[in-house]
Design a protein around this ligand. Sequence first.
Ligand code: PMV
Length: 337
Amino acid sequence: MTDAVRTLISKAMADVPDVQPAEAFAPSNIALSKYWGKRDKARNLPLNSSISISLGDLGSHTSVALSPTDKDEVTLDGETLDPDSAFAARTLGFVDMFRGDKHLPLLVQTRNTIPTAAGLASSASGFAALTQALCAAFDLSLSGTDMSRIARLGSGSATRSLWHGFVKWSKGEAEDGSDSHGIKLDHRWDNLRIAIIPVDKGIKPQSSRDGMNHSARTSPLFPTWPAQAEKDCAFIETAILERNFDALGPRVEANALAMHATMIAARPPLAYLTEKSWSVLANLWNARDNGLSAFATMDAGPNVKLVFEENSTSDVLSVFPEAQVISPFSDHAQAPS
Ligand code: PMV
């Protein structure tokens, strides 16, 4: 646990923590300008700022309670996991920030409404929901900003999953990470749409954590990435504030492709995009030549996400009938976080 977060949690916690059953929901988010590369690996501090859009009711429901047995138990989508599995180990490592070395066996249950580990950012919603559930279970009243700082230690992108709508993760400058947290942008864009084009729901070959470290270490294209990504983030923030889709769409796609270019140039190369992902992109670019106004973004997995405005929905669906269309600003997607 890093110093700033230890102080945050211990200041808020009574001497002998008591655990009450608690549950929380956090939305998944898709970065419109990406986080890819850390300036501090232990604290998950990014080299550049990023901006995301949350995915409404697609995310993680997580509950925390005292375990009915004397052992920790972690479940995912109703299935009890081997405590040594990667998911359980990461979850329990995170839980230890709250219970320290006290003997408090916990039952942590997560239900995802998005496929886990397919590049649809379930670690983002997972650690944000786990942070909120743990704060409630240990009766800590912390602000969204403080919870965002804590969630960051589970997964960088979780920093942005504490809120609905647009969220900026300001990279910050402080060595202890205290100024590196999510900031909700108070701008709605009601007719903005996201579509998920499912390519593969399987587990991705390499975690984003390993993938970004490998790119930073070995890719000759990486050195120019952080400065360009910072510019993209500022440009995309302005496009959001001005609700200018003609500015937003192309820059979102360019930013994602530049991130993937750093990976493809890594040694050995790292390719999250599969033949099917490229064929989705080829169809999109072909449709764009014929007037479609939709742009792609891809994360550390093969699935392609599209960004467009409501009036393009039927055109998107006619090119991609398998698309799952999300309205990030619809009422059901705006439950308080
Ligand atoms: O939060 P992580 O460590 O899974 O990294 C997320 C990286 C990307 O999804 C590719 C980009 C982003 O900003 O979400």
